[in-house]
Write a protein that binds this ligand. Structure first.
Ligand code: COA
Ligand code: AMP
Length: 630
């Protein structure tokens, strides 16, 4: 079948199309229909079916006789170890953990926060929640205590499952003090925690509250899978918005299973038993969908990689893992390839490994610059497929459906709309623009299964953030254009979200932290272009009259504050003190203009600017940091 016909059908007959795809999932009670549109513009999928995510990810493969197949490979250059777990081993360990959680009162609908490094136990914790119908919320290990506390307050977990530490190149990151700090800062207190003690660092446990994972599961009675409604939340994943309060993206169980199952063959072209590797982190949506759920739902082998593209131990790590574990499809972020390319531009390491198993590479998380794609194609001699999606959607909005029909690759484009996504480019008034014209990228409602039905505890924010700007559409927050062939090109964000090394960060959240410094009167954070990470945050600070500290010390303090409050992942290392910020006459800070000056891009003087001279002062400040070179 031509992909274009498949896509057309998914738009004109969503019920028929998705009910067919739903047959690939084991239902306790099959849904009566796919789309539930009674509360439009809020939509749900498969709401009246009964299903269990863990059953579909593990048990059903064992029932089908594939229990000895490898489900998870933990490849950890930072601990120098490789561990393989079969589907049966995973199921047994997950059932035991679920049983122990149930014995402590965790039940369907309870929230469980998971704060763990890249170890198989992170997947076990997620799947144990799914087994019970509990709702997990994974928090990325690079976030600091305050960010964890914000999520604890919003999700109100009964339990937190954490690792004792993460291992970054050159340092062990003690998670437990961060967890303790977060619990003491949060107004909501979990009933108990479960701590995975790692050899690199054992954590001190609080008697009565903290449980050692190994003891916790020792005598547990294995739990069975609890059927849940198709619209029951499988998880809440917080992502950056425009303020310091992250958005809790809800993933409903039924649509999640159906959509992810569809993608593994049709986009990623892997069959059951084949090895798929997404080199991301379980704390991000890529990790949820393509390290944990999708490959397991589809019966693949997934790789949990605890390392970095470079330095663990060298720029050949990716190729070693692909070759050693026979990876067929590999998914990473462009920034990771840029890091490898910088250390090994001629691909000396590539030549050391037999990569004949590798058929396709997939890139997402940020714009894939053509140079990086061409470099990867030249080195690896396989198609390098850019694809575009976001936490909210849970799976690609635009991609090249390699398992259906390999479409021509156009550099700079993540290709075409995936099933159920009716992508349009709109002008400010919400009118579709012609091919090649820049605009806001929006998806006609309803979004397909697996995408967010709403935000956790924040339906009004959901409507305001995504549905109100263009009635009848979901506003993606990205801007770009489409060509005559329906290929989309993603050019920029339309909001204050920046993308640093494939990590989505809120400049607003950083500004809130900077503004809390007693000497800072006003501030702004912008994203500046960076060869390696795509973007880096850069802060402008205006100091109070009579500030107690020198400007240099305020800058140092502010850098430390962001690291302590948001976490090292914010990579906030650039800040400069300026007298004033450029604003419109109505007082709006001209962040986009400052970013254009920083990147030495031509810009139009905003007609509404209050005082153009300030831009010269901004340029001087930027030059002192090596930007705005002219
Ligand atoms: N726990 C604790 N700290 C973490 C962390 C974690 N899980 N992940 C990152 N950090 C820290 C890093 O150690 C670093 O700290 P530092 O300032 O002390 O050096 C900081 O957060 C910034 O990390 P990062 O942005 O990852 O930069 P890096 O210099 O360590 O590595 C890359 C650069 C490009 C190699 C790395 O960013 C990378 O592999 N990116 C791929 C991103 C990705 O897969 N994204 C998922 C979307 S698909
Ligand atoms: P996240 O929610 O962290 O996955 O970040 C999603 C955002 O990352 C998107 O809204 C885009 O801004 C950006 N993004 C993801 N994939 C791509 C891509 N292939 N090309 C351009 N931008 C992308």
């Amino acid at each position: 079948m031509r992909y274009a016909d498949l896509h057309q059908r998914s738009i004109t007959d969503p019920n028929g199309f998705w009910m067919e795809q739903a047959q690939a999932i084991d239902w306790v009670t099959p849904p009566s229909k796919a789309l539930f549109d009674e509360h439009a513009p809020l939509y749900e999928w498969f709401s009246d079916g009964m299903v269990n995510a863990c059953w579909n990810a593990l048990d059903r493969h064992i029932e089908a006789g594939n229990g000895d197949r490898i489900a998870v490979i933990h490849d950890s250059p930072v601990t120098n170890s490789i561990t393989k777990l079969t589907y049966t081993e995973m199921r047994d360990r997950v059932a035991a953990l679920a049983g122990a959680l149930a014995a402590k009162g965790v039940t369907k609908g309870d929230r469980v926060i998971i704060y763990m490094p890249m170890v198989p136990e992170a997947l076990m914790a997620m799947l144990a929640c799914g087994r019970l119908g509990a709702i997990h919320s994974v928090v990325f290990g690079g976030f600091a205590a305050h960010e964890l506390a914000v999520r604890i307050n919003d999700a109100q977990p009964k339990c937190i499952i954490a690792g004792s530490c993460g291992i970054e190149p050159g340092r062990v990151v003690a998670y437990k003090p961060l967890l303790d700090g977060a619990i003491s800062e949060a107004t909501h207190k979990p009933d108990f925690t479960v701590i995975l003690q790692r050899d690199a660092l054992h954590a001190d446990l609080v008697a009565g509250r903290d449980h050692d994972w190994a003891e916790f599961v020792r005598d547990a009675k294995p739990a069975d899978c609890v059927p849940v409604e198709g619209n029951h939340p499988a998880y809440v994943l917080y992502t950056s918005g425009t303020t310091g309060q992250p958005k809790g993206v809800i993933r409903a169980t039924g649509g999640h299973l159906v959509a992810l199952q569809w993608t593994m063959k049709n986009i990623y072209d892997v069959d059951p038993g084949e090895v798929f590797w997404a080199a991301s982190d379980v704390g991000w949506v890529v990790g949820h969908s393509y390290i944990c759920y999708a490959p397991l739902i589809a019966g693949n082998t997934t790789i949990v990689f605890e390392g970095k593209p470079v330095g663990t131990p060298d720029a050949g790590t990716f190729w070693r893992v692909i070759s050693e574990h026979k990876v067929k499809s590999f998914f990473t972020a462009p920034t990771a390839f840029r890091a490898v390319k910088r250390e090994d531009p001629t691909g000396a390491f590539v030549g050391k490994y037999d990569l004949s198993c590798l058929k396709t590479v997939y890139l997402a998380g940020e714009r894939a610059d053509p140079d990086t794609i061409v470099w990867a194609q030249d080195q690896l001699k396989v198609p390098v497929v850019d694809h575009w999606w976001q936490t909210e959607t849970g799976w690609p909005m635009a991609a090249n459906p390699m398992g259906v029909e390999a479409l021509p690759i156009k550099l700079g484009s993540p290709a075409v709309a995936m099933p159920g996504y009716d992508i349009h480019v709109l002008d400010e008034g919400g009118h579709p623009v012609s091919a090649g014209t820049l605009g806001a990228i929006a998806v006609k409602l309803p979004l397909p299964p697996g995408t967010l039905p709403t935000l956790w505890n924040a339906e009004a924010r959901f409507r305001k953030s995504y549905l109100e700007q263009f009635p009848g559409y979901y506003a993606t927050g990205d801007a770009g254009y489409m060509d005559e062939d329906g290929y989309v090109y993603i050019m920029a964000r339309t909001d204050d979200v920046i993308n640093v090394a494939g990590h989505r960060l809120s400049t607003g959240a950083m500004e809130e932290v900077l503004a809390s410094h007693p000497d800072v009167a006003e501030c702004a954070v912008i994203g500046v272009a960076d060869d390696l990470k795509g973007q880096l945050p850069l802060g402008f600070l205006c100091l109070n009259k009579g500030a107690t500290q020198t400007p240099e010390n305020v800058v140092k303090d502010c850098i430390k504050l962001v690291r302590d409050q948001i976490g090292p992942v914010a990579a906030f290392k650039l800040a400069v003190v300026v007298d004033r910020l450029p604003k419109t006459r109505s007082g709006k800070i001209l962040r986009a203009t400052m970013a254009q000056i920083a990147d030495s891009k031509p810009f139009k003087m905003p007609a509404t600017i209050d005082d153009p001279i300030i831009l010269d002062e901004i340029a001087t400040g930027l030059k002192s940091l090596g930007y705005a070179k002219g």
